[in-house]
Design a protein around this ligand. Structure first.
Ligand SMILES: Nc1ncnc2c1ncn2[C@@H]1O[C@H](COP(=O)(O)OP(=O)(O)O)[C@@H](O)[C@H]1O
Ligand SMILES: [Mg+2]
Length: 573
């Protein structure tokens, strides 16, 4: 698993190696300064220069002043390199995280709408959290590597200073690590339980917030709180466990560490090679290396938990990239006709159910207004999404201007089509941003022109900063009717030649409806409109009305020129 997960961080190998090298240099300088410290202590005890010349294989033939300065210098060098290592670590992790965030958002944006719509909000949110977790995986990887390298540097230095002493301590050290293994395993297990409960608690808070209106309406706060308390209580127990174990680990390490130094000294005394200074230096090195060992094993737990997410994230992004939008490169002029030829559609989410649309055979011509009626669930919105190329037929073809709908380029196709959904979504930004909707070609004049057309110009002008007033993510500032009209303005501002309105008047007040009718009438002179509606008043403006039932076209009624809705006649087909 380590090798597999490692692949995900390969792009930042340079940063990982650089941080490791700095940590190694830092630990080496720190280690040498510790050895010198013991030598200095020895001199201080003997009150004189030149008393000590030998320290393991090293001959320290320097004056006390030089040794002191050297020690101070090495402490500073050690600190500097360890700071550099931390800085490199932060830089590498953040750079990796930023790259993955951009990659994730790009994958989300490039994937087919059909695929994106099949993901639950939790799954979409998951992609973002998994970037965080995977980046924590990289962070702990570097931590483990750096702590392990530092540990090894100090151990190597101890070995060089006094091989016998070092080997004796290493032997006791191995016993110590083995003694701590159950603690590590226990901590990993309760860590897993705690994180599962954390997810559950998070979900409950989410539900409590989303169901807020109904919770108050039915007065069930106490019951919801009880359920939450249950989860929070079991959560608390697991977390307390985890904290206890995590807190115990350093105590156990340090206590056992001291014990093993004593044992090692006893062992060396019995073997008979006795060099007090070397022994002191090695003991100091080992005690220091213990804290690196502990840091490595601490980080290793996070590493095990988080590094798995790097693989998860990659799978998720792969799935998004596989379902990438697939456009041709033919340029599209204005939409003149759309023909569905035996088009069927089945939702990918539930492949076991029947087709939602069955062998639809229909031709629509611009300009004109086509009404789409039928009971709820008959497939009207699905058909609209097929016409807009948001979903692709599972059977049959769709021709636009007598060519396959997929042959057109993304740029030219998306310029020609527009949708007024039942509930337009506001984006973060001003009134102007919300109408232009990221399309840079839209001029300010056009934004005002369409606002006038849907009767919102006066309202927008009266806002504190006019068209530059921020609307925010909540729909607080606008009534449903105004929001719906803003949705129409957003659709009209690009001057589309094909426009779908999905129940645009279902929730409108009389004033808004009048504005919508007028806007529909204006655009219908220049474009092909498909309106999904139940309202007789809206149907009156339609040239043809297509009636859907259970995913099939039941009939198509045509209005002879100059007559009203009542005169709609079944089409001879
Ligand atoms: N995202 C979806 N996943 C699976 N089934 C869906 C989805 N959206 C709609 N359906 C199903 O497709 C059928 C037609 O839905 P829809 O086109 O929204 O109907 P209408 O707009 O006429 O009310 C319904 O049975 C509905 O349950
Ligand atoms: Mg619908």
């Amino acid at each position: 698993m380590f090798r597999f997960s490692w692949q995900h961080y390969r792009s930042h190998l340079g940063g990982i190696v650089a941080a490791g090298v700095s940590a190694a240099v830092g630990a080496l300088a720190e280690g040498i300064s510790l050895v010198l410290l013991v030598a200095l202590a020895e001199r201080a005890a003997n009150r004189g220069d030149g008393v000590l010349a030998e320290l393991g294989p090293f001959t320290l033939d320097y004056s006390t002043g030089v040794l002191l300065l050297g020690t101070v210098g090495l402490v500073l060098v050690g600190m500097t390199f360890r700071v550099i290592a931390v800085w490199l670590q932060a830089r590498t992790v953040i750079s990796w995280e930023r790259r993955e965030e951009v990659r994730a958002v790009r994958a989300l944006l490039d994937t087919e709408y059909e695929h994106m719509a099949s993901l639950s909000p939790a799954e979409l949110q998951g992609v973002v959290s998994h970037v965080r977790y995977a980046s924590e995986g990289l962070n702990s990887t570097i931590k483990v590597i750096n702590a392990a390298i530092s540990f090894l540097m100090l151990a190597a230095l101890a070995l060089v200073t006094s091989p016998v002493t070092a080997l004796a301590m290493a032997a006791v050290g191995a016993v110590l690590l083995a003694a701590l293994r159950p603690l590590t395993r226990l901590s990993r297990r309760s860590g897993k339980v705690a994180s599962q409960l954390e997810v559950e608690a998070g979900r409950m808070v989410h539900d409590a917030a989303r169901g807020g209106r109904e919770i108050r309406l039915y007065g069930v706060q106490a019951r919801v709180l009880d359920e939450f308390r249950g989860v929070a209580t079991s959560h608390a127990k697991a977390k307390r466990h985890l904290r206890l174990i995590r807190g115990l680990a350093p105590v156990a390490y340090q206590g056992l560490g001291l014990l093993f130094v004593v044992l090692a000294i006893a062992f060396v005394l019995n073997v008979g090679t006795f060099d007090a200074t070397a022994l002191g230096a090695v003991a100091l090195l080992f005690l220091r290396s213990l804290s690196y060992g502990q840091r490595a094993s601490d980080a290793q737990q996070t590493f095990v938990q988080m590094i798995a997410y790097a693989g998860t994230l990659d799978d998720e992004l792969d799935a998004l990239t596989t379902a990438r939008e697939n456009f041709g490169d033919e340029p599209l002029g204005r939409v003149e006709s759309i023909a569905l030829q035996y088009t069927s559609y089945r939702y990918p989410e539930n492949p076991s159910t029947d087709d939602t649309l069955i062998e639809i055979d229909l031709e629509l011509r611009a300009p004109g207004v086509v009404g789409l009626v039928g009971p709820s669930g008959s497939g009207k919105s699905t058909l609209a999404q097929l016409l807009l190329r948001l979903r692709r037929p599972t059977k049959g073809t769709i021709l636009v201007n007598e060519q396959d709908i997929d042959s057109y380029s993304r740029d030219t196709w998306t310029r020609e089509v527009a949708l007024v959904p039942q509930q337009p979504q506001l984006i973060r930004g001003s009134v102007r941003d919300n109408i232009a909707f990221f399309r840079e070609r839209i001029a300010d004049d056009d934004v005002e022109r369409v606002s006038i057309a849907v009767g919102l110009h006066d309202l927008f002008e009266s806002l504190p900063q006019g068209y530059d007033t921020e609307l925010g993510e909540t729909n607080r500032e606008l009534s449903i009717g105004q929001l719906q009209r803003l949705g129409i303005a957003r659709a009209l501002v690009g001057d589309p030649s094909f426009l779908v309105l999905d129940e645009p008047t279902s929730a409108l007040d009389a004033e808004s409806e009048a504005w919508v009718q007028r806007a529909i009438h204006d655009i219908s002179q220049r474009a092909l409109l498909v309106i999904i509606t139940h309202r007789a008043t809206t149907l009156e403006v339609c040239d043809r009305v297509v009636r859907l039932g259970d995913g099939r076209v039941l009939d198509v009624a045509t209005k002879p020129a100059g007559t009203s809705h009542a005169a709609l006649e079944p089409e001879a087909s």
